[in-house]
Design a protein around this ligand. Structure first.
Ligand SMILES: NC(=O)c1ccc[n+]([C@@H]2O[C@H](COP(=O)([O-])OP(=O)(O)OC[C@H]3O[C@@H](n4cnc5c(N)ncnc54)[C@H](O)[C@@H]3O)[C@@H](O)[C@H]2O)c1
Length: 370
């Protein structure tokens, strides 16, 4: 695997093999993904088109993406324009749904800014996407049922941040942990709107008996996460590819488990298809739980091997005074529920995921700063 295209092909094949049964359930159906132009959209969208390439024509999954492109229009999506099974619609999910909306059987609501730097820049837009946008979609699900065209699966993207700063006895964090979250801090626009979004989902599921499921992703990384995103790994990749020292904007002590995006995508489609209505599932990996300083050191080592990078890790205070406010000190999921109920079994090791990511960044070092 030497080019980003090799990485993508291998990841799409991996996702395809792990999801044969689940994606077959979507065959011949219509799927809507909101926020499909973002990081997770990169493989959420491409894995469906990859599946279509291998299916009989009648089995094609017809995919529509709604995105308002608040984070820019990614070139990879523009390149997919013209695919007969893909419809791209510029739509802000906080506005009423288009009048001519189709009858979708499956919906994934991923529209919401996920990068802390950007959601703090757009807090109202972030809250609206997770509450108002979600509310429009849930209303649509209810109407479809009344019209006798019921949806078969709905997935709301929540976040591990709903747990806030988990107490030590709640790490690894199970879905049953209630969380410890500020409702007024700089991250609250994201955390609290996701929490309320979850409340909307479980109540629509219960009151109207709708197949609505929730995922709480834990720190995904990999291809599609653009280099200008301001999350830790793309920042480190940007430093490496500019042939300078890696700058760490914290003391490096917070710990995380990092889940390679191909494994995460498998988990998301499994929940959409097989998850129980009104249930939330953690998706991530349980180990290794490493510090940001350790992550930076691993990136330096890998970059030395891959590109002959000569830099080291240095520390610097962020110009953004809220950069570290309410930043959880540890984040590590229990994924027992997804393992047991959905056969979710992430298997791409961190070193390999980081290697694939750096290869991908090498070919994707230019991105819109949005
Ligand atoms: N990536 C992760 O590790 C992670 C972790 C936890 C939760 N999530 C959640 O997963 C989802 C996708 O995350 P991501 O990393 O791809 O985010 P991202 O910021 O890369 O992409 C989000 C996409 O949503 C679009 N969007 C935002 N507001 C919109 C609106 N009002 N109408 C239509 N489109 C809108 C943006 O233009 C962008 O294309 C988000 O809901 C996020 O909160 C992601």
């Amino acid at each position: 695997m030497r080019t980003s295209q090799d990485v993508i092909n291998r990841d799409l094949e991996y996702i395809y093999n792990k999801l044969k049964e689940e994606l077959a359930r979507l065959a011949g159906k219509k799927l809507l993904i909101t926020g499909g132009a973002g990081f997770l959209g990169y493989y959420l969208v491409q894995s469906i088109l990859y599946w279509n390439e291998r299916a009989e024509e009648a089995q094609d999954i017809r995919l529509t993406v709604y995105d308002n492109y608040i984070r820019g229009v990614p070139p990879w999506l523009t390149k997919l324009e013209g695919n007969k099974n893909l419809t791209l619609i510029k739509h802000d999910i906080t506005c009423p749904l288009p009048q001519d909306i189709e009858d979708f059987q499956y919906i994934i609501h991923a529209a919401s800014i996920a990068s802390p730097t950007y959601y703090r820049k757009h807090p109202i837009e972030t809250m609206d996407a997770n509450v108002k946008g979600l509310r429009f979609l849930l209303g649509y699900c209810r109407q479809q049922k009344e019209k006798n065209k019921p949806i078969e699966g709905f997935l709301f993207f929540s976040t591990s941040e709903i747990y806030g700063n988990s107490s030590p006895e709640n790490i690894p964090t199970p879905e049953t942990y209630y969380g410890y979250v500020s409702c007024t801090g700089p991250r609250a626009c994201y955390d609290e709107s996701k929490r309320y979004g979850e409340t909307l989902c479980v109540n629509f599921a219960r009151q109207y008996d709708l197949p609505i499921k929730i995922v709480r992703p834990f720190n995904n990384y990999g291809p599609g996460l653009k280099i200008t995103d301001r999350r830790a790994l793309p920042d480190f990749a940007r430093d490496v590819l500019a042939e300078r020292d890696i700058v760490m904007l914290s003391d490096g002590s917070p710990t995380r488990t990092f889940c390679y995006v191909a494994d995460a995508i498998v988990g998301y489609y499994k929940i959409l298809v097989r998850g129980q209505k009104g249930e939330a599932y953690n998706i991530g990996v349980e180990k290794p739980e490493i510090s940001i300083a350790d992550l930076a050191a691993r990136v330096v080592d890998l970059a030395r091997n891959l590109f002959g990078h000569k830099g080291k890790v240095v520390r610097q205070l962020s110009a953004d005074t809220d950069y570290l406010a309410d930043n959880p000190s540890r984040r590590c999921p229990s994924i027992a529920k997804a393992r047991n109920d959905l056969d979710y079994d992430p298997s791409i090791p961190l070193e390999e995921g980081l290697r694939r990511s750096l290869i991908w960044y090498y070919d994707n070092r230019d991105a819109e700063d949005a």
